[in-house]
Ligand binder design. Structure first.
Ligand SMILES: Nc1ncnc2c1ncn2[C@@H]1O[C@H](COP(=O)(O)OP(=O)(O)O)[C@@H](O)[C@H]1O
Ligand SMILES: [Mg+2]
Length: 254
């Protein structure tokens, strides 16, 4: 299987930590639904391309936070800055967000990928499509309607579609929840490949095993606030917040 599919602009390197292609700065971010505070004043800087895993118990605000980062929700208070400015239409196009439940078009697998490439003239369009299909393990399903795929196949397609335009930032919200081990493996391999190619990845997972496999740093969200932001090894060896210690030892329901 070819290693590089669509990341034509980047050369592959060993896992080196460098600057993020799109540094993130979050200041005093708060979000309320009605009168209920969901996020309560978050400050966070993600300036390196290290793979960030966002963890925290159910209801901590992880999904809301990703939506705020991607501009799908507007903060009640505070700022989200990418590259030092508010998210614009253009900078948003450099990001991809993959949801837990994939949202696909009522078209074939290949047409979903082709649609993502858009109308712009792309010289190697068919090569890119074939590579994306191959890397997602979907070549044999290229002409099948996307809606009849299994959950794992749909999520592989959603991820392939997210990556086909070479985003600078890839955010994933529990992308392997309820998937079988084979699809989980393909998704994790695809995430790891994107990381090697320099994409900034922010992955929400409530699976500590997956977090240990992929994380280079962990942001732990608890009750709408960041309880800690730590290098992955330190987080798993000795989390310094009581909330993360309780979570990792299974005291908080996940
Ligand atoms: N559209 C909504 N309406 C009402 N409450 C919501 C809505 N979306 C999220 N919430 C609430 O916000 C909190 C955080 O949700 P969410 O970000 O989905 O948590 P997580 O992803 O960490 O499990 C939860 O208490 C959830 O019930
Ligand atoms: Mg969630």
């Amino acid at each position: 299987m070819p290693e590089i599919l669509s990341f034509t602009a980047r050369s592959e390197t060993t896992l080196k930590t460098g600057p993020s292609p799109m540094p993130l700065s979050v200041r005093h971010l708060a979000y309320k639904i009605g009168d209920t505070p969901i996020l309560k004043g978050i400050d966070l800087d993600l300036t390196s391309n290290a793979l960030t895993v966002l963890m925290g118990p159910n209801g901590a605000g992880k999904s809301v936070f990703l939506r705020l980062l991607h501009g799908l929700l507007t903060p009640t208070f505070g700022e989200v800055h990418w590259n030092g400015t508010n998210l614009t239409h253009d900078s948003r196009k450099s990001q991809a967000l993959v949801f837990q439940k994939p949202v696909l078009l009522r078209r074939s697998v290949k047409a979903n990928l082709n649609f993502a490439l858009g109308l712009r003239p792309i010289s190697n369009r068919s090569e890119r499509l074939e590579l994306a299909l191959d890397q997602a393990g979907l070549s044999h399903l290229a002409s099948r309607p996307a809606r009849v795929l299994s959950g794992g196949e749909q999520q592989r397609l959603a991820l392939a579609r997210a990556l086909i335009l070479d985003p600078d930032v890839l955010m994933l919200d529990e992308p392997t929840a309820n998937l079988d081990p084979a699809s989980t493996l393909v998704i994790e391999q695809t995430i790891a490949r994107a990381r090697r190619l320099g994409v900034k990845i922010i992955l929400v997972t409530h699976d500590p095993h997956q977090a240990r496999r992929l994380a280079e740093e962990v942001v732990f969200l608890h009750e709408g606030q960041i309880a800690e932001h730590t290098a992955a090894k330190a987080f798993f060896d000795s989390p310094h917040s009581a909330a993360a210690r309780a979570y990792l030892s299974g005291d908080i329901l996940i």
